[in-house]
Design a binder for this molecule. Structure first.
Ligand code: AMP
Length: 341
């Protein structure tokens, strides 16, 4: 019997709850330190306890998952804890396209896929010498905004970079990617593409609540100036958003262009959940600064369905459950190969 497995972090609860609701056996690969937390949830059938998530590639863990006929649902923790080569070497089938995760982690590849998708993206800045306007310095991979900073000059950039080096967060310039800051309201667009139906579903939107940039507005300007703080963008949670209905058409167009571009650049394409991340400006124009090629934690908001999934399904449909539904339908149609890599 096929089971659904994931790593104990990020959106594991949602994924396994959804899998259980769809009738699957659920397996959590869990670090020993988190066992107590996850034992509270009855819908987790089995625990594979590890000291580190890196053990997913080890023979012992792989054999257990094989024995259970598991499919792994990848999420942000997999990407932040393992490099692309390690992820690609996982023997257990992975839901979606594991090859596209490299395109998420590598900034150059990411930019290429976004351009191929004809998304409007912020300019990247090749060297600190070229910093003129407001620029955001970002770390590679799924750092979750930790250690990101804003800067407007090379001098200021160096000061902040050196502080991150002394904190051990980065080694040097190569660990930072510079991008023009996009003004507007941050919005994260959550999608699901079904390779079985050949259809894109817009599932919901959220914004992130980031420390400490989102707390800064609580401090009056004179005190902001007094404290020598380099605000980071470390995500702590998510806040729901519903969009102006007039924006929805373009939301779908952007998602469809992304799906089509992925098919051209990284076979078998963008199957399953993904997210386009950016800002809407005052004219409702979206600038995308990122994508995630797998389920994002913002979907944790919508366990009973989002305003948008409710239009598509006459039942509570979380993203976790949608994933399990796709696996179930693929299995029934003998087309599992279409939804895993
Ligand atoms: P990311 O890791 O790229 O998702 O970025 C983390 C956070 O940094 C985002 O949630 C935004 O708040 C902010 N951010 C990243 N890139 C940009 C950008 N080009 N313009 C404005 N804000 C950005």
């Amino acid at each position: 019997m096929t089971s659904i497995a994931t790593l104990g972090s990020h959106c594991a609860l949602q994924v396994l709850k959804g899998a259980k609701d769809e009738g699957f056996k659920t397996i959590l690969v869990c670090e020993k330190k988190r066992e107590k937390l996850y034992r509270r949830y009855r819908f987790i059938d089995e625990f594979v306890l590890v000291d580190s998530f890196l053990e997913v590639v080890d023979q012992k863990c792989a054999s257990k998952l094989k024995e259970e006929d598991s499919i792994i649902i990848p999420h942000g923790t997999l990407i932040s804890q393992m490099d692309s080569t390690q992820i690609e070497s996982i023997k257990t089938p992975i839901f979606g396209n594991k090859w596209i995760l490299r395109w998420e982690s590598d900034r150059k590849m990411k930019e290429k896929l976004m351009l191929e998708s004809k998304l409007n993206i912020p300019k990247s800045i090749a060297s600190p010498k070229e910093i003129k306007n407001l620029v955001i310095a970002k770390r590679h991979g799924a750092a979750g905004g930790k250690g990101y900073f804003l800067t407007t000059s090379e001098k200021d950039y160096k000061k902040k970079r050196d502080r991150l080096i002394s904190q051990g967060l980065i080694k040097g310039d190569n660990d930072l990617y510079l991008q023009e800051y996009s003004f507007g309201v941050p919005t994260y667009l959550q999608y699901f593409y079904s390779p079985l139906k050949g259809e894109l579903e817009f599932f919901g939107a959220d914004r992130r609540y980031e420390s400490d940039i989102d707390g800064l507005g609580r401090i009056p300007a004179p005190q902001q100036i007094e404290v020598d703080l380099i605000p980071s963008f470390n995500v702590m949670g998510n806040i729901p958003i519903v969009l102006r209905e007039s924006l929805l058409d373009e939301v779908y167009s952007m998602g469809e262009r992304f799906v089509e571009a992925s098919k051209r650049l990284v076979s078998p394409g963008m199957n399953g959940p993904f997210c386009l991340e950016g800002v809407y400006d005052e004219n409702g124009k979206f600038t995308a600064f990122e994508f995630s090629a797998r389920i994002v934690a913002g979907t944790n908001l919508y366990i009973d369905g989002s305003p948008y999934s409710t239009f598509l399904y006459n039942e509570s449909m979380s993203m976790g459950r949608r994933i399990a539904r796709e696996i179930k339908e693929a299995k029934n149609a003998n087309e599992l190969a279409k939804v895993v890599t």
